[in-house]
Design a protein around this ligand. Structure first.
Ligand code: SF4
Ligand code: SF4
Length: 164
């Protein structure tokens, strides 16, 4: 099994699911996105509502809300964003991560993915997603890392920690 086999399988699984993770039942979840991601998305969709949220003066990050009817970028054929500007949090899902004092911890988020058992078998995909995340986070500002670390403190975890 190679990474390209895993990526292919991952795409096929998501194609049959059609974006279960793009609809959040609570209607209150936010998807945090980096400055870089917000800039690229707003360039294509200047009228979409992206907010700069903060927990305190040292933590701020762009985010968008996912209402019950689905993410603002969720179309009839799935995500309308080109893959190269999809938020990191979406690209790696159902892999998720938290940041504690600059240390990244990875989890499998079991809450929204009906194909979780198949996806967790894709070890090469998972390693690739973890490396992508580590690389991407190097470009985050301190405020973004702080925001994410505050956010993950209040996020209820039904997750399984995995070794990175
Ligand atoms: S940005 Fe795209 S992938 Fe992410 S939740 Fe919205 S529709 Fe889904
Ligand atoms: S990650 Fe899971 S929930 Fe999201 S589209 Fe793929 S199979 Fe569906």
């Amino acid at each position: 099994m190679t990474l390209s086999d895993d990526l292919e399988k991952f795409k096929k699984i998501c194609a049959k699911c059609k974006g279960h993770c793009c609809i959040r039942k609570t209607g209150k979840e936010v998807i945090p996105i980096s400055n870089k991601e917000a800039k690229a998305i707003l360039k294509l969709y200047p009228n979409k509502k992206i907010e700069l949220l903060n927990f305190n003066t040292d933590s701020r990050m762009h985010c968008f809300y996912v209402p019950k009817k689905g993410c603002p970028f969720f179309g009839s054929k799935g995500c309308i964003l080109p893959e190269d500007i999809q938020p990191l949090n979406c690209l790696i899902y159902p892999l998720a991560f938290s940041i504690k004092k600059d240390k990244i911890e990875f989890f499998i988020d079991k809450s929204n993915c009906p194909y979780i058992k198949e996806i967790v078998q894709l070890k090469d995909w998972r390693d690739y997603a973890m490396n992508q995340t580590k690389e991407e986070i190097k470009n985050w500002t301190v405020e973004e890392k702080n925001f994410f670390s505050e956010l993950t403190k209040i996020t209820k975890k039904t997750n399984s920690k995995i070794k990175s």
